[in-house]
Design a protein around this ligand. Structure first.
Ligand SMILES: NC(=O)c1ccc[n+]([C@@H]2O[C@H](COP(=O)([O-])OP(=O)(O)OC[C@H]3O[C@@H](n4cnc5c(N)ncnc54)[C@H](OP(=O)(O)O)[C@@H]3O)[C@@H](O)[C@H]2O)c1
Length: 243
């Protein structure tokens, strides 16, 4: 039977490539996007490649959109096999240093609303549909910016680079990954966090070395792994990262 996947923030960047790579594996992919015109454009591009994708309007910081997608999936498919929590914002991306003393409450709240609260609310809403899957996979597209290990390591490039709002939101997402994996440890559902690497996108800038196609690979591999694969991990290209 065809698997069903939902990718959030699938209109561009790593999310778009993730949707494409999953659809190329004959998975039915729902393309979540908050902007209808952008979502439909992505749907059109992928359908021209004969891929089975459907745009769904989904702003992950909007509870009504979350309830709509929950009902849409339950009534049309009855199941969700793969959830890729990819959508995010990097509102303090211009900060090359440590803005912890000065970052505004607004930036913190706006960042957490999407990267953390929206992702958690969506995942909780979709749990009943994911539990109907024979092998549910939840992949949280995180960032090494959320890693305590990287930030504490003086030899790591992130030692000097501490945009607090984005980094803390990804740390919270990593904690969600560990806790949800633990909650689901007796089930066939696997929950993992992926670091895509530094990727040429709106978030990564055009100075990044990796293409979105390369950046999508870690998340896609975690979504496609068999029942022997791990749960509750944080990795990039198969290499385990420090939390
Ligand atoms: N690029 C990198 O170097 C890098 C490194 C580490 C981690 N990541 C992570 O990779 C993921 C994808 O980012 P990207 O690099 O592909 O950046 P991107 O091109 O800016 O894509 C971000 C996507 O998230 C969507 N989005 C933002 N807020 C949303 C909301 N409230 N509801 C639904 N969608 C929303 C954006 O939609 P709009 O087009 O409407 O804004 C866009 O589709 C993110 O989780 C990011 O943190 C990226």
């Amino acid at each position: 039977m065809t698997k069903i996947a939902l990718v959030t923030g699938a209109n561009k960047g790593i999310g778009f490539e993730t949707a494409k790579q999953l659809a190329e594996r004959n998975i039915k992919v729902l393309l979540g996007a908050r902007n209808e015109a952008e979502g439909k454009k992505a749907e059109e591009v992928l359908r021209k490649l004969s891929l089975d994708v459907t745009f769904v309007k989904l702003d992950i910081s909007n509870s009504a959109d979350i309830q709509n997608i929950k009902s849409y999936i339950e009534s049309n498919y009855g199941v969700l096999d793969i959830l890729i929590n990819n959508a995010a914002v990097f509102l303090d991306s211009a900060w090359f240093g440590n803005n912890t003393e000065t970052v505004s409450q607004q930036t913190l709240r706006d960042t957490f609303d999407i990267n953390y609260f929206g992702t958690v609310e969506l995942t909780q809403a979709l749990m009943p549909a994911i539990k109907k899957s024979k092998a549910g996979r939840i992949v949280n597209i995180s960032s090494v910016s959320g890693s305590f290990g990287a930030h504490l390591d003086e030899s790591h490039f992130l030692y000097a680079l501490k945009p607090y709002a984005y980094s803390a939101s990804k740390t919270a997402l990593n904690q969600f990954t560990v806790f949800l994996a633990h909650a689901l440890r007796e089930t066939n559902i696997k929950v993992n966090a992926a670091n895509p690497g530094w990727v040429k996108t709106s978030i990564g800038s055009d100075q990044a070395p990796l293409t979105p196609e390369e950046g999508a690979k870690t998340g896609v591999a975690l979504a496609l792994m068999d029942d022997n694969g791990p749960t509750g991990t944080f990795s990039q290209s198969g290499e385990v990262l420090p939390w």
